[in-house]
Write a protein that binds this ligand. Structure first.
Ligand code: RIB
Length: 333
């Protein structure tokens, strides 16, 4: 790959002159500039991004570490982060941790070696015991979606408990009294908060949710399917299911259909996230929507502000959800 030295030799000028032309950092006589540009083109010179970053101590890249790139919720968050970052002149390196803590930590190391300017992290698993990799790392860091107990870094989340309350309120207002909840992995803080809100709303309205009506899913559609089959086979009185994400709600609808139950006539199903597919599902899914575009844009804004001023006190933003009524919920049969 041609270097600035090769270009200087071919153009018959100094490396400094080539650098002024490439970086437009100082005016150069037109005849000399033309010679340099011709040499750049002849040698197919590409500015060495890493060399540039070493000079500016920046690579104009932001890392994004997320648990499951195949989950549309994370893909849509990644899109909003990429759009916001690119509008500020940053590229985004997306890292899929597969929900594994050691993958997260190795990605943090890789991003530091590649001189990323900062990292947006959607934490994968159970709360960390040792938080040093996050708090003492050399990379400015913002977390999204999941709270990191005991780690004082900028964060953008939603009010998951209120989202769970909204789900319970909707189903109770429709008249449902035999409900179940399919939670995500219990160690994932958003799911636990949603279940808590769901239960508290029921309790405040005089209804209890028996333990056997709360099942632990994986946030994948297969778990929503399997759990719904078991719930319906165990208790024919069930008329409504709240799934803590849309993918598991899709699985629940499919399981109901395989058992000859119509949604929403025989069984109401309510999800959480409002991924783009939710409105195209059959039936279109009633769900608790997360403001994914706003979450991504705010995460990038907090990160850029942190990069500009590392001494800023951490900010913790909590955004609102909203209930999106479609046709997967209705009064009980
Ligand atoms: O669908 C994936 C779920 O995990 C979402 O609800 C999101 O909040 C994340 O925590």
């Amino acid at each position: 790959m041609a270097t600035m030295k090769d270009v200087a030799r071919r153009a018959g000028v100094s490396v400094t002159t080539v650098s002024h032309v490439v970086n437009e950092s100082r005016p150069v006589r037109e005849e000399v500039r033309r010679r340099v540009l011709d040499a750049l083109e002849a040698l197919s010179y590409r500015r060495n991004a890493l060399a540039r970053s070493l000079r500016k101590k920046r690579s104009s890249t932001i890392g994004l570490i997320l648990p499951d790139v195949t989950n549309p919720f994370f893909a849509e968050i990644a899109r909003s982060i990429a759009d916001a970052a690119e509008s500020e002149g940053y590229s985004v390196i997306v890292c899929n941790s597969d929900g594994r803590r050691n993958s997260e930590d190795s990605f943090l190391g890789m991003l530091s070696e590649k001189r990323a300017d900062g990292v947006v992290l959607i934490e994968a698993g159970p709360p960390r015991g040792d938080t040093s990799a996050l708090e003492n790392g050399d990379l400015p860091l913002v977390t999204v979606d999941r709270s990191l107990p005991g780690v004082n870094v900028d964060s953008v989340r939603i009010d998951n408990a209120l989202g769970g309350r909204r789900a319970a309120r909707h189903l109770l207002d429709l008249g449902h009294r035999h409900l179940a909840c399919i939670a995500g992995p219990f160690h994932v803080t958003p799911s636990g908060e949603r279940v808590t809100g769901f239960r508290e709303e029921l309790c405040e309205r005089g209804f209890s949710l028996p333990e056997e009506r709360i099942r632990r899913g994986t946030f994948q559609p297969e778990s929503g399917y399997d759990i719904t089959r078991h719930l319906l086979e165990e208790d024919s009185r069930l008329t409504a299911i709240f799934a803590c994400n849309d993918l598991m709600a899709f699985g629940a609808v499919r399981a109901a259909a395989d058992l000859g139950k119509r949604v929403p006539d025989d069984l109401s199903v309510l999800g959480f996230d409002d991924i783009r597919l939710a409105s195209f599902f059959n039936p279109p899914l009633t769900t608790v929507a997360q403001p994914r575009q706003e979450m991504g844009a705010l995460a990038v804004r907090l990160l850029l502000e942190r990069m500009a001023d590392p001494a800023l006190s951490p900010r913790h933003l909590v955004l609102e959800t909203r209930l999106v009524l479609r046709s997967s919920t209705a009064p009980p049969p």
